[in-house]
Design a protein around this ligand. Sequence first.
Ligand code: ZN
Length: 119
Amino acid sequence: MEKYCLACGTLITGRIDKKFCDHYCRSEFNNSINKGKNMWMRKINKILNRNKLILEKFVARKKLSLTVDILTAAGFDFRYYTHQETDEEDMKYIFCYEYGYRIEKGKEVRLKKVSSLEE
Ligand SMILES: [Zn+2]
């Protein structure tokens, strides 16, 4: 049975269990897999980080009440967040790391920063 290199497609000669023609093709192949895996993390982390920085900016200016439109205009992406928590008053907050928000009446946003992570 003929076998072809998984990286470059060249016909492999030699041992039957070989998957690559050489060390170079093996590492090229493995690097391309890792690049693909990390692409999702890099892409999403970038959005989460931007969301966090936007919330951080408003909290730093003590602007804790704003609107969905203001956050959207600032570049906030509501599709991405890190986790959700319900506080002692039974209010559910959505978080980007330590910055949480909740949406009231469909458009008003309340921000808060927490200092410790509940586990
Ligand atoms: Zn090859």
